[in-house]
Design a protein around this ligand. Structure first.
Ligand SMILES: Cc1cc2nc3c(=O)[nH]c(=O)nc-3n(C[C@H](O)[C@H](O)[C@H](O)COP(=O)(O)OP(=O)(O)OC[C@H]3O[C@@H](n4cnc5c(N)ncnc54)[C@H](O)[C@@H]3O)c2cc1C
Ligand code: SF4
Length: 504
């Protein structure tokens, strides 16, 4: 990708917008699709690999307005159909085109509570932007209206102008809701239940709030400050937070209802159990799960050399196994922590990689090397038990498997050695078994994911669940969607009870 500086993009947008300011409402579809799509300004690659600051810098006002003017304001809103929380996309975009940013923010907030987060990390290219008519007309999904970037622009504009509105909270109902886990699913439930006037307590196992948003996704993609501000809104609404509280250990799940007087519980404990390759040498010093590596860096601030209690392992040559967002984050973090060479080793090709395209492009710009159609066979160590190499195999693609992706098939005799001192395994996460082991009443499937009905209710009365603990490792917006549904069910259950109590 040819990197254009933020200044250059800003100048180009200022020059371009004068052509459209007076005639935006009269533009024909053909003229709108001819407006150049706006590139996201970002830090220079050689600068950003030496810091943890956010890579993408956000649109300027002119860029946002021009990008918004590309929207055709379709009558059949395919983009809205593909948004898991059904934001009225054309309506908020139309407000941006007219520079009515407060109105745009209000439209987004009707459906989404965490726009600054979703605008940054949602996989828009396989959701709203995938079926955008502009992308279709130009036969290139990368040329679709940049809905996610516009959502981020509005959320950032709101924050920078201090115009964040605190959602209204109804009169206290006297009902208590417990939320287990402070990831996106839990935060949405906390907000939606608090709005109805219920007392909400969020219990979080870690000492910091935000779930994967905080300990998984690095600051260079999602700054902690943004998570803090979203949580601050909840605190101002009256939500109570208890950190260092492991439900299942500190207190049993059923005790929250039977002894502590909670009228409903939402379990949003995520999928935090790392999976490994189960190959020889995986217990050598220098092998990390991506979870551990990223948690040490993000949550324990291991990059603060000399200051952090949990300094990171010094690496020169790092192999990251996997091809998803987690693999990209781990690889880019390793580079920022000082590794000279970082290789992403993935057993399929780039086409099948589940990582967001934009993150792969950023990783490439930052000098991460991709080894496609290869995988680890064995990890080799030295006499001190530390990793010093990895034996790999080459693959070719066969017929599609149950995931719909072409199955990687080993090429016999293709073994070769890669010299590495650190290996980060990023091949997926399973559910943490703590809740299911300590709450035998709750039904789970064979992977330990909690089973729920269409209202997000579990097999136990008053206990609801959602997000990764139900879906398996999924996405922020899907976790939020499940939280929304669960909160609606809890609110309905409690409203019915309050109604009955009044009659009695
Ligand atoms: C490195 C990484 C990068 C990702 N990148 C993206 C991306 O770009 N886009 C995207 O959409 N998705 C991404 N995801 C996935 C996304 O973050 C998750 O799908 C989402 O966070 C799930 O939300 P959740 O609320 O279900 O759970 P989580 O975010 O996992 O939160 C669960 C919370 O529950 C707490 N908890 C667990 N057990 C207990 C207990 N017993 N008691 C109390 N608290 C408990 C945990 O500490 C945690 O804080 C990424 C994931 C990772 C790991
Ligand atoms: S599909 Fe694309 S062009 Fe049509 S309304 Fe949605 S964002 Fe605008």
């Amino acid at each position: 990708m040819n990197h254009k500086s933020a200044e250059q993009l800003s100048i180009e947008a200022k020059e371009l917008i004068v052509n459209y300011l007076d005639k935006y409402d009269e533009l024909k579809n053909k003229e709108r699709t001819a407006i150049p799509s706006q590139e996201m300004p970002s830090q220079e690659p050689e600068v950003r690999i030496k810091n943890l600051d956010e890579v993408a810098l956000g649109y300027t006002i002119e860029q946002a307005r021009i990008e918004a003017m590309r929207c055709l304001q379709c009558v059949k809103k395919t983009c809205v159909d593909d948004c898991p929380v059904r934001i009225d996309i054309p309506r908020f975009i139309n407000h941006i085109a007219h520079a009515e940013f407060e109105n745009a923010a209000a439209v987004i907030k009707e459906a989404s509570l965490l726009p600054a987060i979703c605008g940054r990390v949602c996989p828009q290219e396989v959701q709203c932007q995938q079926t955008c008519m502009v992308g279709k007309a130009l036969k290139d999904v990368d040329k679709a209206v940049a809905i996610g970037r516009l959502e981020r622009f509005i959320a950032d504009w709101e924050r920078s102008t201090g115009k964040i509105s605190i959602p209204e909270v109804k009169h206290e109902t006297g009902k208590k809701v417990a939320v287990v886990g402070s990831g996106p699913a839990g935060l949405v439930v906390a907000a939606d239940c608090r709005r109805e006037g219920h007392h909400v307590t969020v219990f979080e196992a870690f000492h910091k709030l935000g779930g994967v948003l905080r300990y998984g996704i690095p600051e260079f993609r999602l700054p902690n400050d943004i998570i803090d501000r979203e949580i601050d809104t909840l605190t101002q609404m009256g939500v109570e937070f208890q950190t260092n509280f492991v439900v299942g250990k500190t207190r049993k799940l059923m005790d929250l209802i039977n002894k502590d007087g909670y009228h409903a519980v939402f379990v949003g404990t995520g999928a935090g159990l790392p999976m490994f390759m189960n190959i020889e040498g995986e217990n050598l010093v220098g092998v990390f799960s991506a979870n551990e590596y990223l948690t040490r860096a993000n949550l324990m601030r291991a990059f603060e050399k000399g200051k952090a209690d949990t300094p990171i392992y010094p690496s020169k040559n790092v192999a990251v196994l996997g091809g998803g967002n987690v693999a990209m984050d781990a690889a880019r973090m390793a580079k920022r922590l000082g590794a000279e060479n970082v290789y992403v080793v993935y057993r399929r090709t780039e086409v099948e990689m589940p990582a967001r395209k934009e993150e792969v492009a950023h990783a490439k710009e930052e000098g991460i090397e991709f080894y496609f159609l290869q995988n680890a066979k064995k990890i080799l160590g030295n006499e001190k038990g530390r990793v010093n190499a990895m034996e790999c195999l080459r693959y070719e693609l066969g017929e599609p498997d149950s995931s719909g992706r072409r199955r990687p098939v080993v090429i016999p005799g293709s073994e070769f050695i890669l010299d590495v001192d650190t290996i980060i395994v990023a091949i997926g996460n399973g559910s943490n078994p703590l809740i299911s082991q300590t709450t035998p009443e709750i039904n789970v499937n064979k992977w330990g994911n909690i089973l729920v009905d269409e209202t997000q209710k579990t097999s136990v009365d008053r206990i609801f669940a959602g997000g990764d603990i139900v879906l398996g490792a999924a996405t922020v917006i899907l976790a939020m969607g499940e939280g929304r549904r669960a909160a609606a069910s809890i609110n309905k259950m409690l409203a019915d009870e309050i109604g009955k109590e009044k009659i009695e």
